[in-house]
Design a protein around this ligand. Sequence first.
Ligand SMILES: Cc1cc2nc3c(=O)[nH]c(=O)nc-3n(C[C@H](O)[C@H](O)[C@H](O)COP(=O)(O)O)c2cc1C
Length: 125
Amino acid sequence: MAIAAESEGLGICYIGGIRNNPQAISDLLRLPAHVYPVFGMCLGYPAHDPDVKPRLPVEAILKEDHYDEDHEQVVAFDDTMQCYYRERRSGNKDTDWSRNLTPLFDTKLRPHMRDFLVERGFEMK
Ligand SMILES: Cc1cc2nc3c(=O)[nH]c(=O)nc-3n(C[C@H](O)[C@H](O)[C@H](O)COP(=O)(O)O)c2cc1C
């Protein structure tokens, strides 16, 4: 859907934030048991045409036969992303890639999801 929209000149944004209140979304959409909202998607004609977001070099992600850590690549990418965030957010976002990701790993995001999924009929171990 994202690719189809973008090929027609639309922009998209996934919205995982709909899992902040999954019950309200389920009620609104009258979702049956064993169905739950994963993410929403905004569609629209973009007001801006931002630069392509930088990506970690493929060598830092794709490994063959064994894993080796690419600390230098990550440090370099942190610098790249810090510049990108500063430019993209007019200096309002002063962070880098590693620091930006940390809360995803050291915080338990959306702890209500477990009870919600059980209630929707998913058995959890
Ligand atoms: C599964 C998923 C959920 C997302 N949820 C949100 C959201 O709730 N709010 C938001 O502003 N952006 C959301 N985004 C957009 C990201 O914050 C980010 O802008 C977008 O993924 C582009 O960065 P990327 O190309 O590195 O993925 C989401 C993206 C993904 C993939």
